[in-house]
Design a protein around this ligand. Structure first.
Ligand code: ASP
Ligand code: MG
Length: 406
């Protein structure tokens, strides 16, 4: 008999019919003899609806109160799903994050799980119940309700699976797995049967929104057997693996993209120790995350240019800070560009294959796509291009690396 944690996302529980369909799946799994802990999201659109409601009564809703409000979305779903299960003759009980004692830190809106009291869940399972848990929420040491950040139910599910030592954690959504690229951009994209946790992390941080990135980090840390699959159709989904299989690895597993970043350049700064710190220090003091950073080789006159990217939401703020810095350092110019996109190729096969970068740059050049910035990790190469070329770049690379379905 297996212990399985299943998580159903917002669209999978989007209305009463969908909740009944999920209940049918759970009844079937119980029929096969599995013990089940089911984590659910709020019904689709609900978290957004509650967020807008908050902003109708307050320009700056206190983070604590926002968490009290947003956590109700998941509370609705657990109650409805438990009712549906009981109506189908399957004993089920629902629990909020507070009741299960999913303990988190006190950072409202993006709390981190510190501990889960698995004893409660185990005893309810032992009594023959299916346990239905509200995703995305927890409780801090002062009994305040917290939430884990958008998409946080994935992390609840993985954390539950880790705490219980579950045999598998299955994340159900409206996509049937992880693809070689976004099928909306690349119609020939293929579902991957398996992907390593490192590749999954790189894809998630490069714009592929199948799982909340923190859930993948959590899974990696505790080696949770994790599978991503669809609640709308049958299929094996994609298994996240922790070891590279001995089979011949494809060089590249997937292409990711996003256009959430903007680029800032400061020109003509003195090329001397401490300058990068003087430029990026004030940016980080303003809690702005920087992604790619580039400094050119110093020019004849002993000055350099520094370019970096930030999230578009932080663009104006970063630009203002950089102008102040430029004044202080006597820089010649500050320029910004928010019409950029980042496209990345990801694959553990990169470790053992040479020539990936040149193949990538060559195929982009053949399409006349100019590369503005390049950054690499052990298993990823990212380029920044003008945003209007983003989709063309993704399709070009998908084809160049032989990922198109035959
Ligand atoms: N309901 C939350 C959200 O929409 C959490 C989740 O669905 O995972 O982000
Ligand atoms: Mg989600």
């Amino acid at each position: 008999m297996a212990l399985v944690v299943e998580k159903y996302g917002g669209t999978s529980v989007g209305d009463a019919n969908r909740i009944n369909a999920v209940a049918d799946r759970i009844v079937a799994a119980r029929g096969r003899g599995d013990d089940l802990v089911v984590v659910v999201s709020a019904m689709s659109g609900e978290t957004n609806r509650l967020t807008s409601l908050a902003h109708e009564v307050s320009d700056h809703p206190p983070a604590r109160e926002l968490d009290v409000l947003l956590s109700t979305g998941e509370q609705v779903t657990i109650a409805l799903l438990s009712m549906a299960l009981n109506a189908k003759g399957c004993k089920a009980r629902s629990y909020t994050g507070t009741q299960v004692r999913i303990r988190t830190d006190s950072v409202h809106g993006k709390a981190r799980i510190v501990d889960i009291d698995d004893a409660r869940v185990r005893s309810v399972l032992a009594d023959g119940y299916t346990v239905v848990v509200a995703g995305f929420q927890g409780v801090d040491e002062h009994q305040n309700i917290t939430t884990l950040g958008r998409g946080g139910s994935d992390t609840t599910a993985v954390a539950m699976a880790a705490a219980l030592g579950a045999d598998e954690c299955r994340i159900f959504s409206d996509v049937d797995g992880v693809y070689t690229a976004d099928p909306r951009v690349v119609p020939d994209a293929r579902r991957l049967d398996r992907i390593t946790v490192e590749e999954m992390l790189e894809l998630a941080s490069s714009g592929t929104k199948v799982l909340q990135i923190r859930s993948v980090e959590f899974a990696g840390k505790y080696r949770v057997p994790l599978r991503v699959l669809s609640s709308f159709e049958e299929g094996p989904g994609t298994l996240i693996t922790y070891e590279e299989s001995s089979m011949e690895k494809p060089m590249i597993s997937g292409i990711a993209y996003h256009s959430d970043e903007a680029k800032l350049t400061i020109r003509g700064v003195p090329d001397e120790p401490g300058v990068a710190y003087q430029i990026l220090g004030p940016i980080s003091d303003a809690h702005i995350n920087v992604d790619i950073i580039l400094q050119n080789v110093s020019a004849e006159d002993g000055t350099a240019n520094v370019t970096f990217t930030v999230h578009k939401n932080d663009y104006q703020k970063a630009l203002a800070i950089l102008h102040e810095t430029a004044e202080r350092l006597g820089a010649t110019e500050v320029v910004g560009d928010d019409k950029i996109a980042k496209v990345a190729v990801v694959g553990v096969g990169m470790r053992s294959h040479a020539g990936i970068a040149s193949k990538m740059f060559g195929s982009l050049a053949a399409e006349g796509i100019n590369i503005q910035m390049i950054s690499t990790s052990e298993i990823k190469i990212s380029v920044v291009v003008e945003d209007k070329y983003m989709e063309l770049a993704v399709r070009t690379l998908h084809k160049a690396f032989g990922l198109d379905s035959a």
